[in-house]
Write a protein that binds this ligand. Structure first.
Ligand SMILES: Cc1cc2nc3c(=O)[nH]c(=O)nc-3n(C[C@H](O)[C@H](O)[C@H](O)COP(=O)(O)OP(=O)(O)OC[C@H]3O[C@@H](n4cnc5c(N)ncnc54)[C@H](O)[C@@H]3O)c2cc1C
Length: 378
């Protein structure tokens, strides 16, 4: 988010003085680096759909747009498609969402159970009446995206500084800058807090409380008996279990659960959690995955927005000049392009290209959620 905001600010106004401060510029523990890099147009909310359509558009031209000299970043886009499998009681809702996605220009198709079994034999299952396939969806390398934004922003004059931000500084109802852990201060009348799952602790320093928690999610790298050269899409089960084809017989598999630990611990959940909890759920839905082995796993943090699991983006009411981009829960990587541009335009006083005001921080104060799928962690 930080690198994208920086790039978009300088794209709009090359004279802006932009500094991106991160306590670890290797981004080793950032959610971005630990994400699956998946992009999908299959959301319910029009804003989320529009954000992803914009992401697909930007990713198509990313290499050209972010080229610096001879260096042209390659985001390794794999357009394997995303398939959401649907049970009978979910069919109406899925078809309505599909119509909304199509109306906004997304390519999404309905496949009934037989078509899924014909096209993708390992996904044959009695449990599903069909599925919605977004053929343009796919995964990219998150590291290449963030490096692309950073390199380009630096070439345009942004400074990337490794330092620990301790607190926000305000004066007379507006933000005045930030204070670093070594007590140095940076003065600025615009500050954008995009500190991922660490955002709440930074905002606390200005007495701003948001319902975002660092929730640890584990991704398992699993080798299976299912041949990955079948051009399988990424698959999302109604329960929330998902599998993303990695290469040959290897898949990334995960399931976000309510009891996932809260905190800044990056130790992945143990393998038994996969074998005892996720595997039975997976095999009950897709019997072809009855032989597999966990090869490795990693954990990263969702900045989980407990109000409605959606982004919190915009200026905080009551502290002029203080903007935030956080609470993205499980879908913020794909949102960095649109949110970066939106915040650049907002902070520079321009009419934003997309209206994301529904995700504004004001709803935190009024306690009005904007739900995507009620009850499902996304
Ligand atoms: C396992 C997993 C899988 C995911 N898969 C997907 C996916 O497929 N698609 C998708 O769209 N999203 C996915 N997400 C969500 C996505 O990763 C995040 O929403 C997104 O990357 C958030 O980006 P960010 O820039 O806000 O935060 P981050 O990438 O976490 O960056 C925050 C940065 O702030 C820095 N920082 C924090 N506090 C301070 C401080 N006080 N001073 C200085 N620096 C500070 C940190 O060092 C960090 O580098 C996934 C997340 C996880 C954990």
């Amino acid at each position: 988010m930080g690198a994208s905001v920086a790039y978009h600010l300088l794209r709009v106004d090359p004279t802006v003085d932009v500094e991106v401060i991160d306590r670890d510029l290797s981004l080793e523990r950032s959610s971005t680096i630990r994400s699956d890099g998946n992009v999908r147009v299959q959301f319910d909310l029009e804003e989320n759909i529009a954000i992803s359509l914009y992401a697909l558009e930007v990713l198509e031209r990313f290499g050209d747009e972010m080229a610096v000299g001879d260096h042209r970043p390659d985001v390794a886009m794999k357009k394997q498609g995303n398939l959401f499998l649907i049970e009978a009681d979910g069919e109406n809702g899925a078809r309505q969402a599909m119509e909304r996605q199509r109306r906004l220009g997304a390519r999404v198709e309905w496949l009934d159970g037989d078509e899924i079994a014909d096209r993708y034999p390992p996904l044959a299952s009695d449990r599903f009446v069909g599925g919605t396939l977004g053929p343009d969806d796919g995964s990219v390398d998150p590291g290449a995206v963030v490096a692309g934004y950073r390199r380009k922003a630096e070439s345009m004059g942004a400074r990337f500084v490794e330092a620990d931000v301790e607190s926000l500084v305000s004066q007379g109802g507006r933000v005045a800058g930030i204070r670093l852990a070594d007590a140095r201060e940076r003065r600025s009348d615009v500050v954008v807090v995009c500190a991922g799952a660490w955002s709440p602790e930074l905002l606390e320093s200005a007495d701003i409380s948001i319902p975002v928690e660092p929730v640890m999610r584990t991704v398992y790298v699993v080798s299976t008996d299912v041949a990955g050269d079948l051009d399988l899409p990424s698959v999302f089960l109604p329960s929330g279990v998902y599998l993303i084809p990695e290469h040959r017989d290897t898949f990334l598999i995960a399931w976000s659960k309510e009891d996932d630990p809260i905190g800044f611990d990056f130790t992945p959940a143990d393998r038994d959690r996969f074998y005892d909890l996720i595997w039975p759920e997976l095999v009950a839905a897709l019997p072809a995955f009855d032989r597999l082995e966990v090869k490795r796993s990693w954990a990263g943090l969702y900045a989980q927005n407990r109000l409605d699991a959606n982004a919190i983006v915009g200026e905080w009411p009551g502290l002029d000049g203080l903007y935030m981009a956080t609470g993205f829960s499980g879908h913020g990587f794909q949102q960095c392009h649109a949110v970066g541009r939106y915040l650049a335009e907002k902070t520079l006083g321009l009419e934003p290209f997309l209206d994301l005001s529904r995700f504004g921080p004001g709803r935190i104060l009024s306690g009005e959620p904007v739900f995507e799928h009620a009850g499902r962690i996304i």
